[in-house]
Design a protein. Structure first.
Lengths: 258, 68
């Protein structure tokens, strides 16, 4: 059957780019790994895009998982929407959507949905945006960032790599102007251990920032999530559930973080 | 320091169809761990303990109604 998430991406975008494949499946697309069980997309932030995606998911028999409604009002506040269905073989397909991926610059987001994007290509997030989305609370994302960075030109690789050996190799030629402590240390010919420690501190700071961001959403969404689960909205067909999810969010899920 | 083993590096030599077939095979095998997957791996609800919330809700149902 092939990769269900690549196929879903084609379905979402049949009449124009509304959802760009991101995260784990994008890593699969770039041929750096094969292990990702769910699909994550960056949604174009308009009601036509949300409607198209909900329509495709409904055709597959998807149901909401506890999460924000797939509607612009909440996506624009950074919330995420989550769905699940089982394919023809009974395999679980999980689909996650955001329109404001953390740390991705607005210009990069706009470029993803630019009208001149080649239609024949599968819409997949660009490497630099993918790397910034991977600067998460999870330690396991950081080696992947190093591997993704290897696909960039050396000067750009140095902006993102998590590999001390690459920093030591590239800093002399491409390090001028870098604000990364690890790069600056390498440029000063400091020993490898100092570069390694600086990289570990940088990754730890990024993890803590992301964790703090998620905690804000957890607090703001706590009552909503409880009611979502209590209402059993995840067991309703999507078309039936959607207006009820929106009504619940209207009542309990702030569109923007307080 | 390389992330990928030599086998992994072969991903780059596969055709697009071969890559999708390989993922398909892996995905079928991976279903056996579905029950152990965290509820969210992306998005803003990753730190929410959904299982604990469900347990709380189940306990609410079991509780006898409070005396009026």
């Amino acid at each position: 059957m092939g990769n269900r998430y690549f196929e879903l991406t084609r379905e979402f975008n049949r009449s124009g780019t509304v959802a760009v494949l991101s995260s784990g499946q994008a890593v699969v697309w770039y041929r750096l790994a094969i292990m990702s069980k769910d699909g994550d997309w960056i949604v174009r932030e308009d009601s036509t895009a949300c409607s198209r995606i909900r329509h495709v998911l409904a055709e597959h028999g998807a149901c909401y998982r506890a999460g924000a409604p797939l509607e612009v009002d909440w996506l624009a506040g950074g919330w995420s929407s989550h769905f699940e269905f089982h394919d023809a073989k009974g395999l679980r397909i999980r689909c996650d959507f955001v329109s404001r991926p953390p740390r991705v610059a607005p210009a990069a987001l706009a470029a993803m949905f630019a009208p001149d994007r080649p239609r024949e290509q599968l819409p997949v997030v660009d490497l630099q945006s993918l790397i910034t989305t991977k600067q998460t609370q999870r330690a396991k994302d950081y080696p992947i960032i190093g591997a993704l960075a290897r696909l960039l030109p050396p000067a750009d690789e140095l902006r993102f790599t998590t590999d001390p050996d690459r920093i030591l190799e590239l800093a002399g030629v491409h390090g001028a102007g870098s604000s990364r402590p690890a790069v600056r240390l390498a440029m000063q010919n400091r020993n490898r251990d100092e570069v390694v420690v600086a990289l570990a501190r940088e990754a730890d700071a990024q993890q803590l920032l992301d964790r703090a961001r998620l905690k804000q959403y957890e607090r703001a969404g706590a009552e909503y999530m409880r009611e979502f689960l209590r209402s059993d909205l995840g067991n309703l067909p999507l078309a039936e559930a959607h207006p009820r999810v929106v009504a619940l969010a209207d009542r309990l899920l702030p569109r923007r973080l307080p | 320091m390389e992330l990928l083993s030599e086998d992994d590096q072969n991903l780059k030599g596969m055709t697009r169809a071969e890559l999708e077939a390989a993922w398909d095979l892996w995905f079928e095998l991976a279903r056996h761990t579905d029950d152990f997957d965290p509820p969210y791996t992306h998005g803003v609800f990753q730190t929410v303990d959904v299982d604990a919330l469900r347990r709380e809700l189940a306990n609410e149902v079991k509780q006898p109604p409070a005396n009026p």
